[in-house]
Structures are given as structure tokens and as C-alpha cells.
Design a protein around this ligand. Structure first.
Ligand code: CP
Ligand code: NVA
Length: 310
């Protein structure tokens, strides 16, 4: 079994295997409806437990559908409904119980430490469904969407991120850019640049990352423009002040004009004021396709975790 916690810990070969499998599975089930299982039902009889300590619409639903399409079932629990942390049940005991009933565990948490604690005690795979520092299922799925639309490997494209340079989604995007060798331009205020430790890791591993403190410079010549909410769920900041700091980093049609003519716009959702309506709802925006592809890529992530990928 394998865990799926941070992209940087997964080999390039395995990341490619997941993307290839997702492409094949997606094309094979074109005529099936949402809850019909893939013909081979590779995870028939299995149970996956999802736990959310933070809000989620897309991750929760897309995992539910993904699990059903693999022939398995899922149950979703909230941490406050379990004995975890209350009544004296330790995380270690809960982890063992989850491993006894379930064949895999998907966790969205407000603590990176907690994922590592669960990992220590679980005997079934654990998937990070968003933590303060990482959102790996989102970004691998976004790579899939980009390659699907652009019809070329992401290594041949220039990707741009405008917004918070130090949140879970950009961290995973940085890790993906190093692993899958694509150019990544980040446009963010100086105060919100990525953490030095991550940039040093990227540099050491031949990352092609450039940071600009102007949005249009980051967008220039890009094939894909990404952004994300300025205030993340786990942000413990002065929200008013942070929003003000990002005033010049809104993705609008002026910024999109600096990207390539056929550039696409992506956003993992939910959205705030970081993108104008005309861009978000415009022709270049692929956000609905992006959200739907979570299902397809997460299926292959689940198969990878259970050693079922050829
Ligand atoms: N993009 C994403 O992870 O959305 P949710 O928070 O709704 O799961
Ligand atoms: N950065 C955002 C992503 C939401 C899917 C957050 O953590 O709130």
C-alpha cells in the first residue's frame, strides 16, 4: 500500500502512471452514468472512510463518486462525531479502528502534524484531501486537465500562478512543477512569497520557478493562469489587511491579455474577489472541467494507493 500525502514524495514514474490511468479510465467510461461502476470494478467490496475537519464541496463529492465508480463504497465522517480527542480515545486508537474497518482513509485536516500522526498508526493508505500546507489531489488533477486541454505534456507549457504564494495549493503546484519539469511563474506581493525551504528544495531539484511582484510580468506568455482565494481556510491572519495587500493581484481581463491568446484560466474553487467575473465565467475559463476531472484523477490515485496500477 502507498500513501498520497505530498507530491514531492511520489516518484515521477508513479505520478505519470496515475495520469495515464486516469486518461484511459475516463475515455473508457464515456457512455456510463455517474454512479455506474467501471467495467472491471477494481475495488469491488472495499470501503473508504473520508473525514473532514474543514468545509468541502468538491473533494467530498468527487471522492464519493470516484470510489463508487471503482466498485467500492465510502462513508464520510466528521471528526467531532467520533470519539477522537474526546472521551479519551487517542488518535492512535482511532487510526487503528479506521484501519480495521476501512481499506483507505481520506483526510481533510487543519493540521499537517495530524496527517503524520495518522500515517504512523494506520495500516491502510491515507490520502491528503487538503491540509494547511498541501493540496496534492487538486494539483495532480489540474495537471491532468491542462494536458487534456492543451494536448501536450505539461513540461512543454508555461504555467502562471497569481495570488497567495504561500498556501496549500501553490505549495503543491511548486512540487508538481519540479517533479513534472514545467516552468512556473508566480506573481505575488513580496510579503507572500513561497517559503524559502520549499524554494530551496525546488532549486536543488532543478525547478524552473520564477517569482515576480507584478501580476502582468508573471502572466506574460503563459499557457495557463491559476489563482486561488486570498484567504485560505486555515489562515490565521488579519483578513482585512491581507485582502488589501492583494489589491493589485486580481486576475482580470487585462492580466489575461498578457498571457498567450489561447491561454486557459483555472481556479480550484471556492472563489473570492481574486478573479473578475468576466474571466471566471469567460471563454478561457475551464473551471468546471477542472472540478469534474477530480473524479477521474482521484480514482487513479486510489488505485495507486492500493497497488492496483499496472
Ligand atoms: N477545490 C476544493 O478542494 O474544493 P472543496 O474545498 O470544495 O473540496
Ligand atoms: N487555499 C484554499 C483552497 C481551498 C480548496 C484553502 O485552503 O482554503
Amino acid at each position: 500500500m502507498k500513501n498520497f500525502i505530498n507530491l514531492k514524495d511520489i516518484s515521477v514514474k508513479d505520478l505519470r502512471k496515475i495520469l495515464d490511468d486516469a486518461k484511459q479510465r475516463k475515455s473508457k467510461r464515456r457512455k456510463l452514468s455517474t454512479l455506474e461502476a467501471d467495467k472491471d470494478k477494481p475495488l469491488k467490496g472495499k470501503l473508504f472512510i473520508q473525514m473532514y475537519e474543514k468545509e468541502s464541496s468538491r473533494t467530498r463529492l468527487s471522492f464519493h463518486i470516484a470510489i463508487r465508480q471503482l466498485g467500492a463504497r465510502s462513508i464520510t465522517v466528521k471528526s467531532e462525531e467520533l470519539h477522537l480527542g474526546k472521551g479519551g480515545e487517542s488518535l492512535a486508537d482511532t487510526a487503528k479502528i479506521l484501519s480495521t474497518y476501512g481499506d483507505g482513509f481520506m483526510l481533510r485536516t487543519d493540521s499537517d502534524k495530524k496527517i503524520n500522526e495518522f500515517k504512523k498508526h494506520m495500516t491502510v493508505p491515507i490520502i491528503n484531501g487538503l491540509s494547511p500546507s498541501s493540496h496534492p489531489t487538486q494539483i495532480l488533477s489540474d495537471v491532468f486537465t491542462i494536458e487534456e486541454i492543451k494536448k501536450k505534456p505539461i513540461s512543454k507549457l508555461q504555467i502562471c500562478w497569481i495570488g497567495d504564494g504561500n498556501n496549500n495549493v501553490i505549495n503543491s503546484l511548486i512540487e508538481a512543477s519540479v517533479k513534472l519539469s514545467f516552468k512556473l511563474n508566480i506573481g505575488c506581493p513580496r510579503k507572500y512569497e513561497p517559503k524559502k525551504i520549499l524554494l530551496n528544495w525546488a532549486k536543488k531539484n532543478k525547478g524552473k520557478i520564477q517569482i515576480f511582484n507584478y501580476s502582468i510580468k508573471a502572466a506574460a506568455g503563459s499557457d495557463v493562469v491559476f489563482t486561488d482565494k486570498v484567504i485560505s481556510m486555515n489562515d490565521k491572519v488579519n483578513k482585512f489587511k491581507k485582502l488589501k495587500d492583494f489589491k493589485k493581484f486580481k486576475v482580470n481581463s487585462k492580466v489575461m491579455k498578457f498571457a498567450k491568446r489561447d491561454a486557459i484560466f483555472l481556479h480550484c474553487l471556492p472563489r473570492g474577489d481574486e478573479v473578475s467575473d468576466d474571466v471566471f465565467l469567460g471563454k478561457q475559463s475551464k473551471v468546471w472541467q477542472q472540478a469534474l476531472n477530480r473524479v477521474h484523477v482521484q480514482k487513479s490515485i486510489l488505485l495507486y494507493c492500493l497497488n492496483k496500477l499496472r
